[in-house]
Design a protein around this ligand. Sequence first.
Ligand code: ZN
Length: 454
Amino acid sequence: MRQYRNLAAGFAILVLVSVQWAFPQRTQLKPGRNLFSPQQDVELGRQVAQDAEQKLPMLNDSRVDDYLNRLGKKLAANAPGEKYPYQFKCVNDASINAFALPGGFLYVNRGTIEAADNEAELAGVIGHEIGHVALRHGTNQATKQYLAQFPLAILGGVLGSNSFGSILAQMGTAFTLNSVLLKYSRNDERQADLLGAQILYDSGYDPRYLATFFDKLETRQRGSDFFSSHPNPENRIQTINAEISRLGPGNAGGTNNSADFRKIQQRLKSLPPAPEAGSIQDQGRDSGVRSQGRPARPSSRYQGFSVDNMNVRHPDNWEAFGESRAFTLAPRGGIVESGNAEALAYGAIMSVYQPSSGSRPGLKEASDQLVRELQSSNSAMRLSNDRGQIRVDGQPALSRIFINNSPLSGREMDWMVTVLRPEGLVYFIFVAPEQEFGDYQRAFEEILDSVRFK
Ligand code: ZN
């Protein structure tokens, strides 16, 4: 089959070369570099979707959601590449917005359906979001961020042995995936527009409605959520129109509307109005863990948590995130916003570092390598106290205390403990503001004492 396809492709190229003056080709779009597999897109998307649905005001109206799924799946059938298990849900939010998680978990705000003049306009917004999924923009951005943070990762072979969970935990974002996955570039937006237009066309809609809807949004809702969460590419409408001219004769007579669409708009009118947009945005942004003020003291009651390579216990008023061979333990309020990302101000991280291969480094060399790598992205981090060798679950370990800038402003102490294990250099980093480290030391020690390697 593959051979046949190659032959066919070769033939198609010959044909295209000879006719491309007459019919310029549509823009060919392909996913960019990605450390994740398409299956991991789905796993990751599902994980974030569960979290998102708890925080967002879901409309939970089966008629509306069924309609979105019928429409969305028809459109997704015309998306190129991997076939993701798409699912579509309506968010009870009056603002015009939509977003998609990797693997095809797609959310459309009620306001988008209400603002569309016909089904084609709604399909345009959904097609744009399907474009982000099919082109894997979320995990492509995560890949870029990871490689920027750990440029040696590929050489060190980290990815061969680490799951996406531990990759993200190393990035310190396991608990705030959406802050990574929904940060698209302008070029991503441009690509999603182009693919959205192609999908609209291939699904029998007039692709010009993608442009008209954006045009309407721009005049009606300047500074809208759609534009604030989607950086607006330059000349968006011209770009879409240029693509439309490459798609061939327009579907001017296509089905740009449906009785279903009108019924769903009527249905929404009959429901109580959506809450004010602003309040929802704030709710949506609250991670549930983050809060103002200092976290409560660590509880003296402990509970178990388990990942692939160890069991551990933590205060029962802390939350544990993680899987595979990485975790983050944090009290409520322990994770704070820092710049565009979220950062651990109180709590503990465990992950596995792969020292550069070849030299088979011992515990000290491997730990030094890790420290250098951490310092390359934390220039303020410096050694304060080398406590020498200790034991973790009977195994030799190194214990060092670093001073670093706290995301809360001021300084923090980072207690790093490293253990050489078959899976790599296992490292724990216990974090608290410098002034409060003493209040946490006992909890940190109990966590470390509770470690049982598998
Ligand atoms: Zn977008």
